[in-house]
Design a protein around this ligand. Structure first.
Ligand SMILES: Nc1ncnc2c1ncn2[C@@H]1O[C@H](COP(=O)(O)OP(=O)(O)O)[C@@H](O)[C@H]1O
Ligand SMILES: [Mg+2]
Length: 313
């Protein structure tokens, strides 16, 4: 046990998947999703994101391991678990000859939920689909079809919503509507798990980010903590003359002297403390500290992602 107080809404335990081809797509994955959070599963193509989601949603069978979704073991108690989950799949797949209204109504019925036209009306209105309710799906644009997929996923009032690569190839308007909807759903208590290979998407939407590559989870962290860690920048000054110690008057700056005294490293926040650099350089000059070269470095989510994925290669 991890000592976490609150029961996770999804607990994935030592999950492994080897496809019939012999390919191991997931290797002993452990993951806990917190109730009410927006969790982004970030990883390159082929990392195993869709496989993981498909197992949790009961579309693909695990080779070994265990998943509990909202208190229900997905293998032993499949129907109860599945009822709690909505899935917007990566690929569009709809019954082209049905109308939008019939599709969502039928989908709700599949999960054994009592009819609730008022709820479905709200879902369609939220997704700007209400005017299209009597249109056959085959007549809709790609963007509208995707909205129907979302409406379908929400038709049975799930408490957990999976969005598999939700914005790959969608236009700006749908993307904005989708994020608005995701935030509203979260406010109403729905847990949202999205997969993406776009770092910006994880950065924009998620409360926590999990990085996956080659079927292994490499890291799970709060986005803000991750960004704080990554938002740091460093200015390295290569000194003309080695220094024995940082002058006491400059103790207010986050300065670190290298072992040999030849380099002075100033660490600052991405935004705020940059302004202090001219001031710092002037004060160093006043103390007779001169440098022959300088360089700055910064870490971004991109950097950490790339280095993690490379280290895992
Ligand atoms: N049915 C299958 N049979 C064999 N290999 C598969 C199958 N489905 C997916 N894979 C492989 O498993 C790996 C993970 O795929 P997937 O879960 O779709 O990754 P992602 O969604 O992160 O892009 C890929 O290398 C993919 O080719
Ligand atoms: Mg995928």
């Amino acid at each position: 046990m991890t000592g976490e107080q609150v029961q996770p809404v999804i607990a994935v335990d030592s999950l492994t998947k080897t496809y019939a081809s012999g390919f191991k797509a997931l290797n002993s994955v452990n993951l806990q999703i917190r109730r009410g959070e927006i969790f982004a599963l970030l990883g390159p193509n082929g990392a195993g994101k869709t496989t993981l989601i498909s197992i949790i949603c009961g579309i693909v069978n695990a080779s070994s391991g265990k998943v509990v979704a909202d208190g229900h073991d997905i293998a032993r108690d499949y129907r109860a678990a599945r009822k709690k989950i909505g899935l917007v799949p990566q690929e569009l797949s709809t019954d082209a000859f049905e109308t939008v209204w019939d599709t969502v109504k039928f989908s709700r019925g599949l999960f054994g939920k009592a009819p609730n036209d008022a709820y479905l009306e709200k879902v369609l209105k939220d997704l700007s689909l209400w005017a299209k309710r009597d249109s056959k799906i085959m007549t809709l644009s790609g963007g509208m079809k995707r909205r129907v997929m979302i409406a379908k996923a929400l038709s049975h009032e799930p408490t957990i919503l999976f969005l598999d690569e939700p914005t790959a190839g969608v236009d700006v308007e749908l993307r904005r509507d989708m994020w608005d909807m995701v935030r509203r759903l979260r406010e109403s208590g729905v847990t949202i798990i999205l997969t993406t290979h776009y770092i910006e998407e994880a950065e924009e939407m998620a409360d926590r980010i999990g990085v996956i590559n080659k079927g292994e989870i490499l890291l799970v962290e709060e986005k803000t903590a991750l960004m704080q860690k990554l938002g740091k920048k460093q200015l390295t000054l290569h000194l003309q003359q080695a220094l024995a110690s940082v002058p006491a008057e400059l103790a207010g700056y986050r300065l670190e002297l290298s072992e040999d005294g030849n380099q002075l490293v100033y660490t600052f926040d991405a935004q705020g403390e940059r302004m202090g650099i001219p001031d710092l350089l002037r004060r160093l000059g006043e103390h007779g500290i001169h440098f022959r070269d300088l360089q700055t470095s910064e870490s971004s989510l991109e950097d950490i992602f790339v280095s993690l994925v490379r280290g895992n290669a």
